[in-house]
Design a protein around this ligand. Structure first.
Ligand SMILES: NC(=O)c1ccc[n+]([C@@H]2O[C@H](COP(=O)([O-])OP(=O)(O)OC[C@H]3O[C@@H](n4cnc5c(N)ncnc54)[C@H](OP(=O)(O)O)[C@@H]3O)[C@@H](O)[C@H]2O)c1
Length: 257
């Protein structure tokens, strides 16, 4: 069996083992999650160098992992976060499939303007994907001001304009890159959505019956679809195989219910 896995903290509630194992078994693989303390991260990553074929990285290590890698692919470097590591002859190569998943699920959608809620690693990956899809005007909202300003600078650095979200904004896409609607109250998120005018929603948060935000939108890409797509793209990087998303989505829904 080839070993694949997830490192982060916390990971106990992660859906990734269920999603990956639904398809990796047929490819001779097995996927496990490892909750790693920050003080053990170097040990853990060096262990995976010789034990695993590849692994995912989640909160809080998506940024700090980069200094432990032998190489980081250029899009992941531009985003400043890695969520997939491929192991090749004990060498570690970093990728970002969070942005690839959003880009792939929105393929063919006309995006010139976008509102993004959140300013962390997922928001940067989302902005990067939306920029590649054609967005040049961004409206952004974040709980803490310092991170909001850094995110505006990041988007400007891509070559697009960005300003703080005004309540009556209009945009092609409204994208949630916070845990609001998942583990946290979503009333502020819903208020922001209802005050503006948006053609479609992309919600990175997910919950058993879909989030309130996804359910309210006339057109939505939900967080579970993004999670499954980034996982399928991880497996493509590790094995070269394009796996069945439907099987993975069923496993995710079962694990979530
Ligand atoms: N579906 C998927 O495949 C997928 C992929 C990636 C991420 N995600 C989800 O996206 C979310 C963000 O991930 P990340 O990697 O960007 O995390 P991160 O770097 O820790 O950033 C978290 C962001 O959410 C904001 N936030 C956290 N708690 C909040 C609350 N209670 N109310 C309002 N804002 C809050 C933070 O604001 P401050 O700056 O003020 O702290 C920050 O902007 C997570 O929930 C993650 O599970 C989903």
């Amino acid at each position: 069996m080839d070993l694949y896995g997830l490192i982060g903290k916390p990971v106990k509630r992660s859906l990734s083992p269920a999603i990956h194992n639904a398809v990796l078994k047929d490819l001779g693989g097995v996927y496990a999650s490892f909750e790693i303390e920050e003080s053990d991260i170097v040990l853990a990553v060096n262990g995976l160098r010789v034990l695993a074929k590849g692994f995912n990285v989640t909160i809080p290590y998506k940024e700090s992992i980069m200094r432990l890698l032998d190489r980081t692919e250029s899009d992941a470097l531009n985003i400043g976060a890695v969520n997939v590591v491929k192991v090749c002859n004990k060498k570690l190569i970093g990728y970002n499939t969070d942005y690839m998943a959003i880009e792939s699920l929105l393929k063919g959608v006309k995006v010139k303007t976008a509102a993004i809620i959140g300013a962390g690693g997922a928001a940067r990956a989302a902005a990067y994907a939306l920029f590649r899809l054609g967005a040049r005007e961004f409206f952004v909202f974040n709980r803490s001001r310092q991170r909001l300003l850094e995110f505006i600078n990041y988007i400007n650095g891509l070559g697009a304009s960005a300003e703080a979200l005004k309540p009556d904004a209009r945009a092609d896409v409204f994208l949630n890159a916070t845990p609001m609607g998942m583990y946290y109250d979503d009333s502020q998120l819903i208020e922001l959505f209802k005050a503006g005018s948006y053609d479609m929603v992309v919600d990175l948060a997910y919950s058993p019956n879909g989030t309130r935000l996804s359910r309210m939108a006339s057109k939505a890409v939900d967080g579970l679809s993004v999670l499954v797509e980034q996982a399928a793209l991880s497996i493509k990087i590790w094995t070269g195989v394009d796996v069945d998303r439907k099987k993975m989505k069923e496993a995710a829904a079962n694990a979530l219910s």
